[in-house]
Ligand binder design. Structure first.
Ligand SMILES: [Zn+2]
Length: 464
């Protein structure tokens, strides 16, 4: 899909008159846009008109000849821009054709979206996609035109998902941490590593001096509804060396080194994970001993997707502590999938936008294959019935597999309620019909995959 996107961007860029094909001023002068060319030409005609009607007119022949040259050069420039645009358009069309081979009419069932229920379902999916991708304006307009009710609850959810992940993308984990803390019972029930992973990234980035705990990101402020952290914080301040203590809390925060701040942060936030992550917490605290201590600048630095905030520290720590500085653990944007997973599970919404997955699977090769197979089937005199089944298996990457479907390795039929998958005593799985066919009424047969003798009554149903 990326290639399609890129070629469409090129078309938009080269739309005649709208933009110059290059952003530099010098290039803009040599390759003016259509609008510029026309404006310039009009200005020249106006000035020629003024010259001719003035009290001391120049030689009309010269003026007209100059004008003629101007018209020709403007015409050439406009034609050039148009040529560029058409070239980009042609390229985009080719890319689209390559991605979405035509015709798909024979593959898609035209009756699929004819019922009003199917139509409504399709509209809901589109609306969901627009909300999922944060396109609020279009979602609002679409919902109005399609007559769909907008739930403020759903919108609030998607806005939250969007805001938190956007903050994570720029290196700010605080909104994600707040969400994780508010949903701690749910996360604990799922044995989720999210909250610890978020604190671990904060801890290491504070230790590296790339971020400060911040006025609202932990530190002196208590975010935990059970009030545990306030206690922890005071305990941790008590335990700090005297040099780090100053009369007021604000001064304490200012005068603390990166290492002291990380220590305080860890003491405050790792407490709920002592039973689950004790050895890692110990290693994280020990890591501090190897880091250079300094007074970090008071800023919560934005973290770009490409920057790895702690990379420079890797050579300073012993080999066995280096995995703790792995960018996969530390880099805030990389924790986004984990957050999304838990957030979507908590609110029972799909992990990825369903429409995006549908398009990815279809455009990612499935349609191509089905069209090819259909042509081959037609040539050999077979017709694909299209009745809720695909003519071939479409291999998909793991992340796009959602429901396991059992296909009997002998009969190649898909498992159903009437013909369920059955596991033999040897561990091999066949469907019930195949099993009965092999047994031929004897109740006993040889497994087709290993020479073990199997009994029909020993086979047990397998549930996926
Ligand atoms: Zn077997």
């Amino acid at each position: 899909m990326e290639a399609v996107q890129k070629s469409l961007e090129q078309v938009a860029k080269r739309a005649p008159g709208l933009h110059s094909s290059s952003s530099s001023a010098k290039a803009a002068a040599t390759t003016p846009t259509v609008h510029d060319s026309i404006d310039r030409l009009i200005a020249r005609i106006e000035s020629a008109k003024a010259t001719l009607s003035s009290t001391s007119p120049a030689d009309p022949g010269v003026v007209v000849a100059e004008l003629k040259a101007s018209v020709e050069s403007a015409q050439k420039s406009i034609l050039d821009r148009q040529k560029e645009f058409h070239a980009a358009l042609g390229k985009a069309t080719k890319t689209l054709d390559k991605k979405f081979p035509i015709p798909i009419d024979g593959v898609a069932d035209p009756a699929l979206f004819s019922s009003s229920e199917a139509q409504a379902a399709l509209e809901r999916v589109v609306l969901n996609h627009l909300q999922r991708t944060g396109d609020w304006d279009t979602a609002l307009k679409f919902a109005g035109e399609a007559g769909l009710a907008l739930s403020s609850e759903t919108e609030r959810l998607y806005v939250q998902l969007h805001n938190v992940t956007a903050a994570m993308g720029s290196g700010d984990l605080r909104p994600a941490i707040q969400w994780a803390q508010e949903n701690r019972p749910f996360l604990e029930l799922r044995k989720s590593a999210l909250e610890f992973a978020l604190h671990r990234s904060q801890f290491i980035r504070i230790a590296a001096g790339t971020i400060l705990p911040g006025s609202d990101g932990g530190g002196a402020e208590n975010r935990d509804p059970d009030g545990e952290n306030v206690e922890m914080l005071s305990a941790s301040i008590d335990a700090l060396p005297a040099a780090a203590l100053a009369p007021s809390n604000a001064v304490v925060a200012m005068a603390r080194t990166n290492v002291e701040q990380a220590l305080a942060y860890g003491r405050e936030h790792f407490k709920p994970f002592r039973t689950t992550h004790l050895s890692e917490i110990q290693r994280l605290f020990t890591l501090l001993a190897f880091l250079p201590a300094f007074l970090p600048a008071p800023a919560y630095g934005p973290e770009g997707v490409d920057s790895v905030p702690v990379e420079h520290l890797i050579p300073t720590v012993p080999l066995i502590y280096r995995p703790l500085l792995d960018f996969k653990l530390v880099h805030a944007p990389l924790l986004e999938p984990l957050f999304k997973l838990e957030f979507c599970a908590r609110h029972r919404i799909a992990k990825e936008a369903p429409l995006a997955i549908g398009v990815e699977v279809g455009a990612g090769g499935a349609l191509n294959r089905i069209i090819k197979v259909k042509a081959v089937m037609k040539e050999s005199g077979n017709e694909w019935s299209q009745a809720d089944e695909l003519p071939i298996e479409i291999p998909l990457p793991n992340r796009l597999r959602f429901h396991s479907i059992f296909a009997c390795p002998v009969s190649k039929e898909q498992g159903t309620e009437e013909n369920p998958p059955m596991m033999l005593a040897c561990g091999h799985v066949l469907c019930l019909e195949t099993l009965n066919r092999l047994a031929k009424g004897n109740g006993r047969f040889k497994c087709p995959y290993c020479p073990t003798e199997s009994y029909v009554n020993q086979a047990i149903r397998v549930y996926f």
